[in-house]
Every structure is written in structure tokens, then in C-alpha cells.
Ligand binder design. Structure first.
Ligand code: ADP
Ligand code: MG
Length: 357
């Protein structure tokens, strides 16, 4: 799901390399140019399109992205989060305001999703080979049981600006929420610079504001959730002043020795990668941080429970499932695979409200 297809990846160290270009597009019907910025961050790509009379400073964007990465990456040993993970003291640890904001949001989604979203699954993420150390060795049942003991919302508290680890081995992983937060931070930086029309995308999580260059809603493609098909779209939707994030098993996954597909989304209740027929979930939310976290939470819950919770909480979500497949196996996602979409009531209402824009 993105305007420009890109790798959906984990939060990696900041490497702002490669393609970074600025294009100025003049539209016949409009004199205001679109400024496009592209680059790499957090092990993935970012794209910013800003519609403004004068060119926004590139540093507005890169500084906001770097600041989030330096605080919240588990791939940077010296990041604020990594330092907390390395700290085994039972004493309260002072944390920055941005980190507090994200941790509070994470706790909120954990509570509301009954533990489906849980940033303390970090040790399990790593054990299944999806962390900074990408060793693809399947953990044993004993190891999983042991690591499950380390995850749980009750193992850490947040008060004023202090985090307390109730288990010294607690290891937090913000990969499922930090990209969304980074999008929000870039959006905020653009607004501070008086840019009121933009699209910000980091690793597929998107936030839009105002009208696009054609004076309409921003049109965002939701991927057909098949591996290696990043350019095929399942559906294109119109967005206005909101964010969209997608969680899926079709990008970051591997096939183990038994031929089972292992996704990077862990079900905290089993300690194992999710194994249902849901291929992707996209969630709308005014804040991209929440869209990001909820996409992962609903993905863990699966189509049925996820849809029920989305309806209960009035979340706009679209679930894309594989039809006629009971268990994930190698023969998944062929040309013949059928994908079926189910939408929450709030998503149906949103899309109906934007169709004529
Ligand atoms: P997706 O877009 O597929 O949700 P994200 O990058 O947003 O991908 O989130 C996936 C990452 O979140 C995983 O690589 C892992 O680090 C972390 N994660 C896995 N399972 C959970 C979970 N149940 N709750 C919170 N974070 C998780
Ligand atoms: Mg996510």
C-alpha cells in the first residue's frame, strides 16, 4: 500500500543514501509545484510529495526521520530504545518526550487489542529471525515458552517521564509503530513550514493532507497482497486528511525447512508467527502511528476477530484474505490465488463519503 511501491521492511539504522531527488511538476491547471523527495531510512524507503509555492527544505524531512530513528530503532545500539533494552536496572529510567508518546500509544493499543499488539514481543521477533540479528533458526518449544515469559504489558510501567522494567530482561521493539510515528513527525515538520498539501510515506505507511496536484483526494493503492507483486494494486482508495497503514505477511517472510511460511508478525498468545489466511490489513486513522499499530494488531487477530474489534472500536479497516486456503503453505499466492476483501463499517462509510470527490 503506497503511492510508490517500496520495500516494506524493519526499522534499520539510518542510512540516507542513494536516490534523493527533487522534481518540480508544473500542472496546466495549477501553478503550485509538487516537490518530491525520496530516500532511505529505517531499512526502508520514504517518499514525500509537498505541494507548495516554494521548495520545502530537505532537512525538515531528514531531520524528523533521523530523530525518530535515533530514538526508536532496535538496529542502532546507541538509540534511546536500545539503551533501555540494555539496561537491566529495576530503577525508573528517564525517557524523552517523543519516546514516551510512542510508548503510551503502544500501551493503549495493547490494552484495546487485548494483547494482540505487544511491543515486548521483541525477544520472540528476534528468536524467529526477524530482528537485528537475522538468523533464520527455528526456536524450540522450550525457548518459545521461556521467551513468552518475557513478554507482557504488565512487565513495564510508564509514569511521568520514566519507564520501569519489572523484568530486567524486558526488550521492547517499536518496529510496528515507529514508521507510522515517523510519518506523523514529518507531517508535523511540513505543517510548521506552512506546507498544507502533502503526502508522506515511510515504508508503506502514509499520511496525506489537503488536495493533490489534480485538486482531488490523494489516491492510494492498496497492494495485491502477493509476494513479488509490489506493483499490482488490489484497490485504489481516495484519502483526505488521514493516514493509512498496512500490515501483511506478503513481504517480510521466509519459508522454513518444513515448507511453512513464517511471517514477521508474532501472535503474543502463542509466541509464534501468525498462521491464518489473512494476507493483509489496512487501517485508516488520523495519526499514522495508530494506523501502523492497529494494522499489526488486527493482523494478529485475524479477519474474524479483527473485524469484530474494528467494528466495536469504529476503526476503518480493510481485511484481504486468501480464499480456499486453510493453512499457509508453499503453493500460496499463485496467479490463481483469489483475494477477498472485507471492510469494517467505518471503512465502508469512509469510502462512500469520498467516492465523489
Ligand atoms: P507490518 O506492516 O507488516 O505490520 P511492521 O513493520 O509495521 O510490519 O511491523 C512488523 C514488526 O513489528 C515485526 O518485524 C516485529 O518487529 C514487530 N512485531 C511483530 N509482532 C508484533 C506484535 N504482535 N506486536 C507488536 N509488534 C510486533
Ligand atoms: Mg505496523
Amino acid at each position: 500500500m503506497r503511492e510508490i511501491p517500496s520495500f516494506k521492511n524493519l526499522v534499520l539504522p539510518l542510512v540516507l543514501v542513494g536516490a534523493l531527488f527533487i522534481a518540480q511538476l508544473q500542472r496546466a491547471q495549477e501553478k503550485i509545484p509538487t516537490w518530491v523527495f525520496e530516500g532511505q531510512i529505517m531499512g526502508t524507503t520514504f517518499t514525500v510529495k509537498a505541494i507548495a509555492p516554494t521548495e520545502p527544505k530537505l532537512e525538515l524531512i531528514t531531520d524528523a526521520l533521523e530523530a525518530v530513528n535515533e530514538r526508536m530503532s532496535t538496529y542502532i545500539d546507541s538509540s534511546e530504545l536500545s539503551q533501555i533494552n540494555q539496561n537491566s536496572s529495576p530503577e525508573p529510567i528517564k525517557i524523552s518526550d517523543p519516546l514516551k508518546q510512542v510508548l503510551m500509544a503502544a500501551k493503549k493499543v495493547t490494552k484495546q487489542s487485548q494483547g494482540a499488539f505487544d511491543i515486548s514481543v521483541g525477544p520472540l521477533v528476534n528468536a524467529w529471525g526477524f530482528g537485528p540479528n537475522k538468523e533464520r533458526k527455528l526456536p524450540s518449544a522450550e525457548q518459545i515458552a521461556e521467551l513468552k515469559e518475557l513478554s507482557g504489558d504488565e512487565l513495564w510501567t510508564l509514569e511521568t517521564n520514566h519507564l520501569t522494567k519489572l523484568n530486567p530482561k524486558l526488550y521492547l521493539d517499536l518496529s510496528a509503530i515507529a514508521k507510522g510515528y515517523a510519518v506523523d513527525q514529518v507531517a508535523q515538520a511540513l505543517e510548521k513550514a506552512k506546507v498544507e498539501r502533502y503526502l508522506v510515506e515511510v515504508g508503506g505507511e502514509i499520511r496525506v493532507k489537503g488536495l493533490n496536484a489534480n485538486q482531488g483526494d490523494w489516491r492510494i493503492g492498496i497492494d495485491r497482497p502477493a509476494p513479488n507483486e509490489s506493483r499490482r494494486k488490489f484497490q485504489v482508495i481516495n484519502l483526505h486528511n488521514t493516514s493509512i497503514a498496512t500490515s501483511g505477511d506478503y513481504r517480510n517472510r521466509y519459508i522454513d525447512q518444513q515448507g511453512k511460511v513464517r511471517s514477521h508478525t508474532i501472535d503474543p498468545s502463542t509466541g509464534e508467527p501468525i498462521t491464518h489466511t489473512l494476507a493483509s490489513v489496512s487501517v485508516l486513522h488520523p495519526e499514522c502511528m495508530y494506523a501502523d499499530a492497529w494494522a499489526t494488531a488486527l493482523n494478529v487477530l485475524g479477519a474474524e476477530r479483527g473485524l469484530a474489534l474494528a467494528n466495536q472500536l469504529k476503526l476503518a479497516a480493510i481485511f484481504i484474505t486468501r480464499e480456499g486456503i486453510n493453512e499457509k503453505a508453499l503453493e500460496l499466492d499463485q496467479e490463481s490465488t483469489r483475494y477477498v476483501a472485507v471492510m469494517s463499517e467505518a471503512m465502508k462509510a469512509y469510502l462512500a463519503s469520498r467516492t465523489d470527490q
